[in-house]
Design a protein around this ligand. Structure first.
Ligand SMILES: *Cc1c(COP(=O)(O)O)cnc(C)c1O
Length: 416
């Protein structure tokens, strides 16, 4: 059972100030989850989470997570600027970019961010653009497929990210020759994993690689960055990951592989996005039309511009009809937005309670990669983002776009 963190009564109050559609985030739950993550890795002295800004690029969210001890994982100029604006700078920024423009490396370097190189050729590129910093990280791609026991989780061999092992070792040697003193290793092999085995499996691969690097080159890593990829159960039948078990699994691999190799001082970093925010955000939208043709449709006032995942990946997002939580799900609907694209459907053939015009729908698990992926197709505008604060009050943390925003780039051509 998935339960919304807002009720019909709460939404009826909120819409007096902020009309639907809007994204709303649950501050208390975000903080509790961040604390749990920290506890799960408290066995590691240098542990730090660098929140993947791309998941929920909002300064208020970054500030809340910073208060809980998180830094930021940035991969663009705008993300660096947002982090800086919130006061997260220096080694609290991990710059895990790829296909990186020179000026972004320059700005990351200026902020003192830890640069995580995606490719061997970027060693020279970085030398040429802004020089090699003392602390530097490299991203690894083992190629092939990535499996846990007999299940294929993903295809690193098809992924554009990271370097091969040979390139990786060569990169560290050259970085050291160029003056680097502290080295990190990063890898991201599978996304949205709903298993407690992903991080421990990845950790073991990276820990063994760290030992091999030490034996072959004498270079000792200072940190290993397990990146993102811990998932959440989007469907109600799945069990959420147990972050304490995940932390314990990584600790076991650490004790087994790194400690005997004399690498027990190494820090563990993470760059989680989805796990930090997804369950703690809702897209709240209103049913504005019902249509009875070859199928039964409910038209809502949000569309794929506000949440792209169903259209882009066919992703499931659970829906709760507020005020009808206990009614039987005996109606089959397609829940649609208004884009002139037939994939603009938040749900297809979904069994839901009977929906009436004016009902408020909560689309679950939109706290990460939700608002963030928004775009302006069909001239549709991005919604507001709201924060349900710990005292129960609601604060706007980003206003909704207006048509003036939409036309703002047509300077000199248009004034609404
Ligand atoms: C997207 C991304 C993350 C976060 O991934 P989640 O699946 O949201 O945990 C972390 N690191 C890098 C480099 C990314 O691109």
């Amino acid at each position: 059972m998935k339960k919304a963190f807002v009720t019909k009564e709460m939404v009826e109050n909120i819409v007096k100030d902020f009309p639907t559609p809007f994204h709303i985030y649950d501050e208390k739950a975000i903080r509790e989850n961040a604390r749990k993550l920290k506890a799960a890795f408290s066995w590691n002295k240098g542990y730090k989470e660098y929140f993947a800004v791309k998941a929920t690029p909002n300064p208020t969210i970054l500030r809340i997570l910073h208060e809980e001890g998180c830094g930021t994982d940035c991969s663009s100029y705008a993300e660096l600027l947002m982090s800086e604006k919130v006061g997260i700078v220096g080694d609290e920024i991990m710059f895990s970019s790829n296909d990186t423009p020179a000026e972004e490396f320059v700005y990351a370097r200026k902020l003192g961010a830890t640069i995580n190189l995606d490719d061997y050729t970027h060693v020279q590129f970085l030398k040429d653009t802004c020089g090699i910093p003392e602390t530097i990280s490299c991203r690894y791609n083992p190629g092939g497929t990535f499996s846990i026991s007999t299940t294929i989780m993903d295809n690193p061999g098809d992924a554009k990210y990271g370097m091969t092992k040979e390139q990786l070792f060569k990169a560290y040697v050259e970085l050291k020759e160029a003056g680097a003193k502290r080295f990190g290793l990063h890898s991201f092999l599978a996304s949205n994993t709903v298993t407690n085995e992903y991080y421990p499996t990845l950790a073991k691969i990276l820990f063994e690689l760290a030992v091999e690097l030490k034996n072959e080159t004498g270079i000792e890593l200072s940190f290993i960055n397990l990146s993102g990829g811990i998932g959440i159960p989007y469907t109600p039948d799945k069990e959420p990951n147990d972050i304490m078990a995940i932390g314990e699994g990584v600790r076991k691999a650490f004790e087994e592989v790194l400690v005997p190799a004399g690498l027990g001082d190494l820090s563990i970093f993470t760059e989680l996005g989805r796990f930090m925010l997804a369950p703690y955000g809702h897209l709240v939208t209103k049913a504005i039309h019902e249509k009875h043709t070859h199928k039964e449709y409910i038209g809502v006032d949000a569309c794929a511009v506000n949440l792209m995942r169903p259209a882009m990946y066919g992703a499931y997002h659970h829906i709760t009809v507020l005020g009808k939580e206990n009614e039987p799900c005996d109606n089959m609907y397609d829940v649609t937005g208004s884009l002139c694209e037939n994939n603009d459907k938040f749900a297809i053939d979904r069994m839901l309670p009977k929906i009436d015009k004016g009902d408020y729908l909560v689309i679950h698990d939109t706290g990460a990669h939700g608002f963030a992926m928004g775009y302006n197709y069909n001239g549709k505008l991005k919604s507001a983002e709201l924060l349900l604060q710990e005292d129960g009050s609601v604060k706007m943390i980003r206003r909704a776009e207006t048509v003036d925003d939409y036309f703002a780039t047509l300077e000199g051509f248009w004034k609404v």
